[in-house]
Design a binder for this molecule. Structure first.
Ligand code: GLU
Length: 554
């Protein structure tokens, strides 16, 4: 046995599966040429940034576009950052927005697929198997340097002002330890990490053809990076190479903060004898802040959290549709040409993604959402609102579900027509939208426009109360409003008013405004005839009387 082989036996158990066994256990996938295997690989920190969900969505689109596989892997190697139910939160967060993996982690304790386990914390022996192989080949070694020693090294490099800093070459003192000393220290129980013995040459370049960023050239890695930490847990770099190889990922799609680590990753794939995947680095989502572009920030922007969209009650399609506008700039043209198509029909093209960060614009997202909600049926709006309210507003939920038919009729006004109104952006707005249909939510506000006096408003309501009949159809209803005009000095004819405004107190629009305010306390509502029909005769009369009283006395 060589010293390297003896060292490997000292560091790792005998009964680890061999890399060859693992290659067999996880064979090449039976996929057709061109089918992509992508993965979303978050850490269960309890927080999902919109940028993470964006990249998960791109993973899914990218796989779906080829009939491939999108799977979920949990990178839980940093126990300090992990939160309770973190995995469940990720899975539910994704599925709530329709980004459902077909393989991998499927919930807190569930997995599906032949390439698991899909949680890094359950893959310890797999990482150790490959680390052992590297030690055996002399490509990895234990490093016993303490924090203090590493600090000393750093200080020395500072004072000597070396061009490159870090643990490499002659500075990597544990590289040179004789086997006897390694053995003594391991047997004495000294803590150690396992480092790569880098064979990189900084005068040479790695070249990666990134699908979004294009050709990336960087100097080779010369650092003896850590593969396994003192507790035997792999670093991101090592786990990335082992997992994406064994899980047979074809496209690694991730945030572009990882570009800096590409030389390490390319080197690891090469040293381990793996074929590197295709890399796709996504730029972060940006935001305009005081005229300056900056990253959408967890600390500063509530809308950076995926939970924000669920809590506010944005339909999943609004979020996905908006993210698609950020992903492919031709999406909006496609949408205009295919108004009713499902977004899964959009021919997503990863190469059309922008290499610089897309700008997040909540106003645009809200417009998209209004459009999407306006195209839904009243029943759908009712169901989705109730589902949202059940979780976030118990009182409203109780009110809404007390009489579903009533709620649906209210929501149906101006909806089932060629040009539905676009009033609602998200489910949390429905309560306010419907407030005047429910006494429990209704607050009187009889503020009048400046051109109408309370005395005139009282006269108008009084006259209207005398003729109001809930059974009137729309024409009869409107004729009655017109009939109120003349005796009170208003004209039913807006054109006539415009020709000679001095001749009238106002026109029919003012009359209906007063009636609208009296009945709903709002100046802008959907079709008032329909609103009254839903409220019912008693309620309309009660409201008209209350308004008349108010205007008489104020
Ligand atoms: N766990 C890494 C992260 O959350 C995954 C990066 C990757 O997709 O490779 O940033």
């Amino acid at each position: 046995m060589t010293d390297h082989e003896k060292l490997a036996e000292l560091l790792f158990p005998e009964d680890l599966p061999s890399p060859e066994e693992l290659e067999e256990r996880y064979p090449l996938r039976k996929i057709k040429e061109g089918e992509r295997v992508t993965r979303f690989a978050p850490s269960p920190t309890g927080y999902m940034h919109l940028g993470n969900m964006f990249s998960a969505f791109i993973d899914k689109l990218c796989a779906d576009a080829t009939g491939g596989i999108f799977y979920l892997r949990i990178e839980d190697t940093d126990k300090k950052r992990e939160v309770e139910h973190g995995v469940e939160k990720i899975f539910e967060g994704l599925t709530a927005f329709g980004i459902v993996p077909v393989e991998g982690v499927m919930g807190e304790n569930e997995e599906k697929g032949d390439y698991g386990p899909y949680r890094q914390s359950h893959r310890r022996e797999i990482y150790h198997s490959f680390a052992k192989k590297l030690v055996k080949n002399g490509m990895a070694y234990p490093c016993f340097c303490s924090e203090d020693e590493l600090n000393e090294l750093r200080e020395k490099q500072e004072s000597e002002n070396t061009a490159i800093k870090g643990y490499f070459g002659k500075w990597a003192k544990c590289r040179f330890l004789p086997f006897e000393e390694q053995k003594r220290r391991i047997e004495a129980g000294e803590p150690y990490v396992v480092r790569l013995r880098s064979d990189g040459d900084e005068s040479k370049k790695i070249i990666v053809d990134d699908l979004i960023k294009g050709k990336i050239e960087m100097p080779e890695n010369i650092q003896d990076i850590v593969l396994l930490k003192t507790d035997g847990i792999p670093t991101y770099h090592f786990a990335h190479a082992v997992d994406d190889h064994l899980m047979r990922t074809t496209h690694v799609i991730r945030g572009d903060e990882w570009i800096a680590s590409l030389p390490v990753h390319i080197q690891l794939f090469k040293t381990l004898g793996f074929k590197p995947p295709k890399y796709v680095h996504i730029s972060p989502i940006m935001k305009l802040d005081d005229g300056n572009k900056r990253k959408l920030s967890k600390r500063k922007d509530p809308e950076a959290a995926v939970s924000f969209y669920k809590e506010e009650g944005y339909p999943k399609d609004s979020v996905l549709e908006y993210l698609l506008t950020l992903a492919n700039s031709n999406f909006e043209d496609w949408r205009r040409a295919n108004r009713d198509a499902d977004i899964s029909a959009f021919p997503f093209n990863i190469k059309k993604m922008s290499g610089s960060g897309a700008l997040f614009d909540i106003a645009k997202m809200n417009d998209i959402s209004k459009n999407i909600i306006s195209a839904m049926s009243a029943s759908e709006v009712y169901d989705k609102t109730a589902e949202w309210a059940k979780e976030y507003d118990g009182e409203f939920y109780a009110l809404l579900t007390k009489d579903p038919e009533f709620a649906r009729s209210a929501l149906n006004i101006d909806r089932d027509c060629p040009k539905p109104r676009k009033d609602i952006e998200k489910w949390s707005e429905v309560k306010n939208y419907l407030a005047y249909f429910y006494d429990e939510l209704y607050t009187q506000d009889f503020t009048l426009p400046e051109n109408i006096s309370p005395a005139d408003a009282a006269e108008i309501t009084d006259a209207y109360l005398k003729v109001f009949d809930i059974d009137d159809d729309k024409d009869a209803w409107f004729n009655k409003i017109k009939d109120v005009c003349a005796p009170l000095g208003y004209t039913p004819n807006v054109k006539e008013y415009k020709k000679d405004p001095g001749a009238f107190k106002g026109h029919v629009g003012d009359i209906s405004t007063v009636i609208r305010i009296a009945v709903t306390s709002r100046r802008n509502t959907p079709d008032l005839h329909a609103v009254m029909a839903v409220l019912g005769s008693d309620k309309v009369i009660e409201r008209l009387k209350a308004a008349e009283d108010f205007w008489k006395n104020n």
